[in-house]
Design a protein around this ligand. Structure first.
Ligand SMILES: [Zn+2]
Length: 214
């Protein structure tokens, strides 16, 4: 079984009518979806299916399982309305891509330091590195080059590298081509101004936090 992931072909869709394909207690599957399930560090969406709030979304292989707030009377083949919290998702997409750019610039300028963690929430993104010293020393160049890319409003291409295995990538011509199954904005300008903060999270472990400044 496979859930058709409309959030890839159109990451800007906020609502969609879908068919329920399976019901198991409060957990359901649907034939197609705009509701992202956490993977690759990007949080799951918030939203509802058939008027019931989704409390958990899990991607397993190519299927997505949604657990909804009960009680419900859903059955297989019901045609229901799905909607996501767009404000939150759009912040996730903008922070996600800000993190993509920051990470790639750190890799390109500082000899690919070891990344030991990353996460994208709707209020901030973070990337953790094994790093000697204070990582905020890189902020002037990383901030300047990130902002140059954002102001240039560069097109971002998101495609499958292997459709059967659902492997995807994003690419900016002349900058990078990176495997990622998240939802991506169409141009860098959508990010807007960003702000970087440093956090020391242990011996030789440094964190870059990324905020949208608005
Ligand atoms: Zn990505």
């Amino acid at each position: 079984m496979c859930t058709e992931k409309i959030f890839w072909e159109n990451p800007y869709l906020r609502e969609l009518w879908v068919h329920i394909t399976c019901v198991h207690g409060d957990t359901i599957t649907v034939d197609r979806t705009i509701f992202y399930a956490a993977s690759g560090g990007q949080d799951s969406d918030s939203g509802s299916i058939g008027g019931h709030r989704v409390v958990n979304a899990i991607k397993e292989d190519r299927q997505i399982f949604y657990t909804i707030e009960g009680p419900h009377s859903f059955k297989k083949d019901d045609y229901v309305f799905m909607e996501i919290d767009w404000k939150r998702r759009y912040r996730l997409m903008r922070l996600h891509f800000a993190a993509e750019i920051v990470l790639e610039l750190v890799y390109q300028h500082f000899n690919r330091p070891l990344k030991i963690g990353a996460n994208i929430h709707s209020d901030k993104a973070r990337i953790d590195f094994v790093w000697d010293g204070n990582i905020s020393q890189v902020f002037p160049i990383i901030t300047r080059e990130s902002m140059q890319m954002i102001e240039a409003d560069l097109p971002i291409r998101s495609e499958f590298s292997d459709k059967d295995r659902e492997l995807r990538y994003w690419e900016i011509d002349g900058f990078a081509k990176i495997p990622c199954g998240g939802t991506h904005i169409r141009t860098t300008g959508e990010i807007g101004d960003i702000l970087l903060k440093r956090n020391n999270i242990g011996k030789q472990k440094e964190r870059i936090e990324i905020y949208l400044s608005e």
